[in-house]
Ligand binder design. Structure first.
Ligand SMILES: [Zn+2]
Length: 148
């Protein structure tokens, strides 16, 4: 018995048991959100589209009398529609979450300019050029311009 309790304590104190419990709790809360979205928002909208048709009430009556069996194909259709709506809602939510968690691509680093315009002849010269190869003017790196 002591050994059993020890093992149980070891089992319960493992991190993944807590993770699992959190997952189940969040999962059931999430289920409530999805069900509410389907039953309270999507189904009424679908009802408008189908002209207020209540799928669940559709059935074939097999036999005669009050005790006759019914083939409730309407309930089956409602279950299929429910499943499709839930699948669609979950797909949409997961798609939105993926979009949020996706890392934004890093902006390409802007390269420092390699060329500058010679202030005298307006030709392009290397950024660190001290003399223009086109007009032979002396270009100073400190911004001062010397003319020879
Ligand atoms: Zn020049």
């Amino acid at each position: 018995m002591k050994e059993f309790l020890k093992e149980f304590k070891k089992f319960i104190s493992r991190g993944n048991v807590i993770d699992m419990a959190v997952g189940i709790i969040i999962g059931s809360a999430f289920t409530a959100i999805v069900n509410s979205l389907v039953n309270d928002v999507m189904m009424p909208l679908l009802s408008i589209l189908t002209g207020g048709l209540d799928f669940a009430a559709l059935c074939f009556v097999l036999g005669e009398g009050d005790g006759a069996a019914t083939l409730n194909y309407g309930a089956f259709i409602a279950a299929v529609i429910n499943f499709l709506l839930i699948a669609f809602v979950i797909f949409t939510i997961i798609k939105a979450m993926n979009k949020l968690s996706r890392k934004k691509p890093e902006a390409p680093k802007e390269e420092p300019p390699k060329k500058k315009a010679c202030p005298f002849c307006k030709e392009e010269v290397a950024i660190d050029a001290v003399k223009c190869p086109h007009c032979t003017s002396v270009l100073a790196e400190d911004g001062l311009i010397y003319v020879d």
